[in-house]
Write a protein that binds this ligand. Structure first.
Ligand code: SF4
Length: 419
């Protein structure tokens, strides 16, 4: 048999990130969770709440916010209140650097409103205060019953640890190359901090780990090794992935390899937004990575041919785009109404070469006329040729066919399930 599925997921503790009754499970066999992060000023509570809402509606299951100063920490309970008023149950995670121990102690309402704390062991203080500050943050997590992510980043690696490891390396008969030292330092920082947190009393099933780097091969190397050395769930992400296509491709390349190997329990795609760009794009990309690998299903998929010289009009490109947008726009309603609709496959093809064949393999397919072909578009439902659309309203008529198909197939299956 030729295998066509990802490796069995690595076994991990199960961490629950919750807000009131709404619980998101990370690891322990749960589906890979999609995360995102806001880029608003957290002190601007209203705009931050609105961006969290947009990220949640796009499909983000956990949203992280920066908590970097007094104003941000004071805003957190109001952000939570706004979300609750808007009936947005998504758990929010506080991202702390340098002063997290102070802010969590000074603002207990902030500590309570957050559902998880992100701690960067490289940024909790100088060598003298580091242990005390880290212990203070763990004490707050224990007091408020919150999980933490111990998130190491190669750009802010614990300098004391790195210096010690470099000294040790210098004494080796054959010193390791610099990148090996960096890998070991990242992994050691994450694991030693996690073990320290457990010693301080935080249960192991409240800890998620990450070791973020900005190069694809480095990320794969570090996470492969990290996954062998612990049972903590892993948060995957390529840090500083970059803008546009570069950021999407680099993140996908790195995460797809690891996810295929069963490594990774939650992902975040760190895209640098284009000026005026939509922050929710990182959520869509994360979902597409998971759905392309067959790990999860979020939205009906449109299979569209790339087009070529056989179809010189833009009709089929526009139709593919309209249908994809239509399907994604419907999902906030459909996902609560039509169980299983996220697995729907729709094919939009440019001519008769592959059009009918690909359409028959999808749930719904349409084969548009190529250059010089008769101006008609056969539609296939469940592999069977159904109607043939003609004229100027093919897009609208096809959309109605999709809507009817969804109502009949998934509406009926939901009723059947309830009976
Ligand atoms: S289906 Fe037709 S139009 Fe589309 S890529 Fe293939 S040959 Fe070209």
């Amino acid at each position: 048999m030729i295998a066509n599925t990802p490796s069995i997921r690595r076994s991990t503790h199960r961490v629950v990130v919750r807000w009131k009754d709404h619980a998101v499970q990370v690891g322990g066999g749960a589906p890979v969770v999609v995360q995102s992060m806001t880029n608003t000023d957290t002190a601007d509570a209203l705009n931050t709440a609105l961006q969290i809402k947009a990220l949640y509606l796009a499909g983000s299951e956990v949203v992280r916010i920066t908590v970097n100063n007094d104003a941000a920490a004071q805003a957190v309970p109001y952000i939570r209140e706004q979300l609750d008023k808007m009936k947005i149950p998504v758990p929010i995670v506080g991202d702390f650097h340098y002063n997290g121990h102070l802010l969590l102690q000074k603002y207990p309402d902030c500590a309570k409103a957050l559902s998880k704390y992100r701690i960067n062991p490289g940024n909790v203080g100088s060598s003298r205060s580091r242990d005390d500050n880290f212990a203070a943050m763990i004490a707050m997590a224990i007091e408020y019953d919150k999980p933490v992510r111990i998130g190491v980043n190669w750009g802010s690696l614990d300098q004391g640890l790195l210096a010690r490891m470099m000294d040790d390396n210098g004494r080796r008969a054959e010193p390791w190359p610099a990148e090996q030292l960096m890998y070991e330092a990242l992994i050691e920082s994450a694991l030693s901090s996690a073990h320290k947190a457990v010693e301080l009393g935080l249960p192991a099933d409240r800890i998620v780990l990450s070791c973020k780097v900005s190069q694809v091969q480095d990320l794969i190397a570090v996470y492969r090794e990290l996954s062998k050395r612990s049972e903590f769930p892993l948060h995957l992400g390529l840090t500083e992935a970059g803008m546009g296509t570069k950021g999407i491709v680099a993140s996908t390349a790195a995460m797809a390899v690891l996810l295929q190997e069963g490594i990774g329990d939650t992902i975040r795609v760190s895209l640098t937004p284009e000026p005026g760009g939509d922050r929710t794009k990182e959520v869509v990309v994360a979902q597409e990575i998971l759905q392309s690998l067959g790990l999860r299903a979020f939205t009906p998929q449109v299979i569209a041919c790339p087009g070529c010289g056989r179809t010189t009009s833009t009709v089929f490109q526009e139709l593919a785009d309209q249908i994809q947008t239509y399907l994604r726009d419907q999902m906030p309603i459909w996902k609560n109404t039509y169980a299983g609709v996220e697995t729907l496959k729709v094919a939009v093809m440019g001519c008769v070469v592959n059009g009918p064949g690909e359409s028959k393999h999808a749930d719904i397919g349409i084969s548009l006329p190529g250059t010089g072909e008769a101006p008609s578009a056969p539609v296939f439902l469940d592999g069977q040729r159904s109607v043939t659309l003609k004229g100027d309203n093919i897009a609208q008529e096809f959309q109605k066919i999709v809507q009817r198909y969804v109502e009949q197939r998934y509406g009926a299956s939901r009723q059947g399930t309830q009976e």
